[in-house]
Design a protein. Structure first.
Length: 235
C-alpha cells in the first residue's frame, strides 16, 4: 500500500510537468490561465469540505480538526510570506519563486493523498482530481516566466521533475508515517494539510484568477466545485 501512495503522489505531481510543457510550447493567454486557476480553486474547496475536513472530524473530532486547520494555515501563511519577500528582492527570479510556491502547495496536498490511503484504504478520487487540476496553472505561469528570463528548457523541466518526485515522496511519507500512529495523529495531519491548502486557495489561487478574469472567476470556481462534487458523489 505504501508503494501505491508513492505512485499516486507521482501521478498527481505529473500535472506539474504538463503545466510546464504547456508554458514552454504554448502561448496561452493570461485569461485562460486565470480560468484554469479559478476552476482548480473550486475543485479544491469542494475536496476540502467533503473529503479532508470531514474525514478529520470523523476520525479525531472537532478539537483535533480545528488545531490541525489552524496549524496548517499558519504554516502556509509564514512559508508563503518568505517566498513573497524573496520575490520582491531585486534580481530575484519570479519564475523560481512560483516554483517554490508550488512546492509549498504540493507537499501538504501530496501528504493528504497518502493520509487518505491510511484513513480510507484507497486514494481519494476527488482530492486526486483537485490536485491534478490545480497544479497546472502554477507550473504553466512559472515556466512562462522562466522562459522569458532566458532559462534553458533542460533546467526548467529538471526543476519541475524534482518537484514531482518530492510530491510522490511526500505522499509515501504521509502513508508510511501515519500508518504507524494512532487515529488522532492521522486526523491532525489530514486537517493540517487541509488548512495549508485552504490558505493557499484564499491567498493565491482566487486572488490571482480574479486579478485577470474578475468578471467570471466566481462562476468558473463554482463549476469546479460542482465537478468535484460530482466526482465525490459518484465515487
Amino acid at each position: 500500500m505504501a508503494w501505491w501512495a508513492l505512485i499516486w503522489g507521482l501521478v498527481s505531481g505529473a500535472s506539474l510537468l504538463l503545466g510546464a510543457a504547456a508554458g514552454w510550447w504554448l502561448k496561452l493567454p493570461r485569461v485562460a490561465v486565470a480560468g484554469i486557476m479559478a476552476f482548480g480553486a473550486g475543485v479544491l474547496i469542494c475536496a476540502l469540505a467533503f473529503e479532508l475536513v470531514a474525514e478529520s472530524f470523523e476520525t479525531g473530532g472537532l478539537l483535533i480538526t480545528a488545531l490541525g486547520l489552524i496549524c496548517g494555515a499558519l504554516l502556509y501563511f509564514f512559508a508563503n510570506r518568505i517566498v513573497a519577500k524573496r520575490s520582491r528582492t531585486p534580481g530575484s527570479d519570479s519564475g523560481n519563486s512560483l516554483a517554490v510556491g508550488a512546492l509549498i502547495d504540493g507537499i501538504p496536498e501530496s501528504v493528504a493523498l497518502g493520509v487518505g490511503l491510511v484513513a480510507g484504504g484507497a486514494v481519494n478520487p476527488a482530492m486526486l482530481v483537485a490536485i491534478f487540476i490545480s497544479n497546472i496553472p502554477e507550473a504553466l505561469a512559472s515556466t512562462a516566466a522562466q522562459k522569458q528570463s532566458g532559462k534553458k528548457a533542460g533546467g526548467i523541466f529538471l526543476l519541475w521533475g524534482s518537484v514531482t518526485v518530492v510530491a510522490g515522496v511526500a505522499s509515501w511519507a504521509g502513508f508510511a508515517l501515519l500508518s504507524l500512529t494512532d487515529p488522532g495523529w492521522t486526523a491532525f495531519a489530514i486537517a493540517l494539510a487541509a488548512g495549508g491548502i485552504l490558505t493557499m486557495v484564499a491567498d493565491t489561487m482566487i486572488p490571482e484568477a480574479w486579478a485577470v478574469e474578475h468578471d467570471f472567476t466566481g462562476l468558473i470556481a463554482t463549476a469546479g466545485f460542482l465537478t468535484a462534487f460530482a466526482v465525490h458523489t459518484i465515487a
